[in-house]
Design a protein around this ligand. Structure first.
Ligand code: PLP
Length: 386
């Protein structure tokens, strides 16, 4: 074992997260650790909550970062909103819908699944049919931006369906928040969770959550205690202080919260509308560059996410070799395909601070050079590679 400080290499992060964290945010996270019940820290927590309300576009009092990655927030939402035997409808068009199904089954919920093809948006008609057939559904859960495929679904329409059929909406906005519009209050979303390492561009390890009045009422009126002590929102909220006096629950990741706070300040300075616009514009630059290399998109136009671009790997190209060369020779990380898409697609992220024209340039040049090296013997089959 080498007993030296770890010196991570310089990488251009263009995968499905984490995204680039700027020195400004890293420096904020490096400031002195103070006690998590220090009055100064408690005032700081209030500010973090306020900034998250701003980002989620909500006035929900129950808005806070869960200590843990977005998967923890996903599980926290499900375990709080559901009791054994409750009926949950999950829209599944990728990895993260499937993850919700597995979690809900462990909770003992009755899970109804509406499947869509990987790479497509959620089909609203199928969801409505299923809600009609299952009038006792308690929660409709869906992924707004399916990072495993790059597909964007109509969150507002899904929230409206949930209301119409008398159930709560639970939205995964891990990849959408800070990249494309997310409107918790205007869309009438009851519960949503996100993550810090996608379009917020803060270090991984925290996951913002927001719950509206209807969702909080469901939690307050549970017949059985939440199975997870750590994730029991009732207890967590005593610590994050929306209800009742503040008391010790767990030690907050103090420095990670400094990082999140700074990243939220950056977003505020940039302006959300400008940030959405940058994602749209830079992804258009990437689309042109990738199509120029002869690569085609998996997701149909109109259902694509600007922050996660999924392209098919051309025949005869070695997926792992290309990604490894990009990483080792060019310092660029892109994402592999998952599940049925493994070996078939690359996922190129333009999330948060990684979403810059310079990233597109570097990625394009590196990919052109790697593709020319690894696929030189079949150049006649493709359009220009260089
Ligand atoms: C990344 C991601 C998650 C999980 O986030 P972790 O921080 O890796 O736990 C969940 N849902 C979606 C849509 C994601 O992109």
């Amino acid at each position: 074992m080498s007993e030296q400080s770890f010196a991570p290499p310089e990488r251009l992060l263009m995968g499905p997260g984490p995204s680039h964290v700027t020195p400004r945010v890293l420096n904020a996270a490096a400031r002195p650790t103070i006690g998590h019940l220090d009055p100064v820290f408690i005032a700081f927590m209030e500010e973090v909550k306020g900034l998250l309300q701003w980002l989620f576009r909500t006035s929900n009092r129950l808005t806070m970062p869960v200590s843990g990655p977005a998967t923890a927030a996903m599980e926290a939402c499900l375990v709080n909103l559901l009791e054994r035997g409750d009926k949950l409808l999950v829209c599944r068009n990728g990895v993260f819908g499937q993850r919700m199904v597995e979690m809900a089954e462990r909770i003992g919920a009755e899970v109804i699944v509406v499947d869509d093809d990987w790479g497509r948006a959620i089909d609203l008609n199928k969801v409505e049919e299923s809600l009609k057939a299952n009038p006792d559904t308690r929660v409709l859960a869906f992924v707004h931006a399916e990072t495993s495929t790059g597909a964007r679904s109509d969150a507002q329409a899904l929230a409206t369906l949930a209301r119409r059929y008398g159930c709560l909406s639970l939205m995964d906005c891990v990849t959408s928040l800070g990249g494309i519009p997310v409107e918790i209050d205007a869309w009438g979303i009851d519960a949503a969770y996100s993550g810090t390492q996608k379009c917020i561009s803060a270090p991984p390890g925290l996951s913002p959550v927001t719950l509206g009045a209807r969702a909080s009422d469901v939690i307050r009126n549970r017949k059985t205690p939440v199975q997870s002590w750590f994730m029991d929102f009732g207890l967590v909220m005593n610590y994050w202080g929306s209800e009742g006096p503040r008391s010790y629950h767990h030690t907050a990741p103090v420095n990670a919260l400094y990082g999140l706070h700074e990243a939220l300040l950056v977003l505020r300075e940039q302006g959300l509308e400008n940030v959405w616009k940058r994602h749209a514009e830079v992804s258009e630059q990437l689309r042109i560059a990738l199509e120029d290399l002869g690569l085609s998109f998996l997701v149909p136009e109109g259902e694509r996410l600007p922050q996660l671009n999924t392209v098919r790997i051309p025949d005869g190209i070695d997926d792992a070799e290309v990604r490894s060369r990009l990483l080792v020779s060019h310092g660029i990380e892109i994402g592999a395909g998952l599940g049925p898409l493994a070996g078939k697609v690359w996922r190129i992220g333009l999330m948060g601070e990684s979403c810059r024209s310079e990233s597109v340039q570097r990625c394009r040049d590196a990919l052109a050079s790697v593709l020319a090296d690894t696929g030189g013997n079949r150049s006649g089959e493709r359009r220009a590679v260089v």
